[in-house]
Design a protein around this ligand. Structure first.
Ligand code: GLP
Length: 253
């Protein structure tokens, strides 16, 4: 199946469609295993899932999750860590079992061993059913900064300065305070999920969305790898889709 690109009528409906997609997977799979993402884009999506749960419409008790990435050196209780982000936006508000929740441990004494154990834990659950993805300004999925080969696995990575600037808000607006390194699932790990869902909203994503969806398949834009997946949906709002639409119609002339 080619990439399924959905342009939502507005941003709120992009988030709603993404939340419905995830909720359907949680309800529909016998053993739901979700790969989860962080970032501002996901906050609204998680808020919708939390309200479904609070309305008694969505049970998380059977769900197992694996987050994409974590900063090296931040403890799970550090308010700037992705583990803490997940607690604030999702885990703390739904009935997931603590033993079903997985986020790479950026404080592990042996980071390489932590990454190998993370890969093994994913395999142990039968692999990822659906992987949720955002896209960074460098074109990264997870923290797969340029260049990230398409067969990379979960590993420690050095963050791009562009990404450290993009993510500075959580660090008092100081790019210099953003850790230089992180742990991330690899592009190969992500591509092994049975299904992918990438969500991007807002005009700041328009250029990189177009490059990822229409440019070369390249380790320099790890998000371009999603086009190699047999079952991938992309949900965009009009702003994020703008350049992709222009370039696509120009190439069809
Ligand atoms: C971080 C995460 C990515 C995410 C990106 C987008 O860099 N590691 O997985 O896709 O943020 O963030 P935002 O949604 O805030 O634009």
């Amino acid at each position: 199946m080619p990439l399924n690109v959905i342009i939502a009528p507005d941003t709120a409906s992009a988030f709603q469609q993404a939340a419905t997609f995830l909720a359907d997977h949680i309800r529909g799979a016998a053993h739901p295993v979700l790969g989860l993402a962080t970032g501002r884009t996901m906050e609204s999506i998680y808020a919708l899932l939390v309200s479904d749960h609070q309305a008694g419409k969505l049970d998380f008790s059977q769900l197992t999750s694996f987050n994409l990435d974590e900063y090296v050196g931040l403890s799970p209780t550090d308010p700037r860590s992705y583990r803490h982000y997940m607690q604030e936006h999702l885990f703390g508000h739904v009935n997931m079992r603590p033993e079903h929740v997985h986020v790479p441990d950026g404080t592990a004494s042996d980071l390489v061993a932590e990454c190998a154990a993370y890969e093994a834990a994913i395999q142990n659950e039968g692999g990822l059913g659906l992987q949720l993805l955002g896209i960074g300004e460098t074109g990264h999925i997870g923290f797969n900064e340029p260049p990230s080969a398409f067969d990379t696995r979960t590993r420690p990575v050095t963050l791009d300065d562009v990404t450290r600037r993009q993510n500075a808000a959580m660090f008092g607006g100081q790019p210099g305070a953003v850790p230089h390194t992180a742990l991330t699932m690899g592009v190969g790990t992500i591509l092994e999920a049975r299904e992918l869902l990438l969500v991007a909203t807002g005009s700041s994503k328009a250029r990189i969305v177009a490059e990822a969806l229409l440019g070369p398949l390249t380790p320099d834009i790890s998000a371009s790898a999603i086009r190699l997946h047999a079952n991938c949906t992309v949900i965009l709002d009009h702003e994020a889709a703008a350049i992709w639409k222009q370039q696509k119609s120009a190439s069809n002339l």
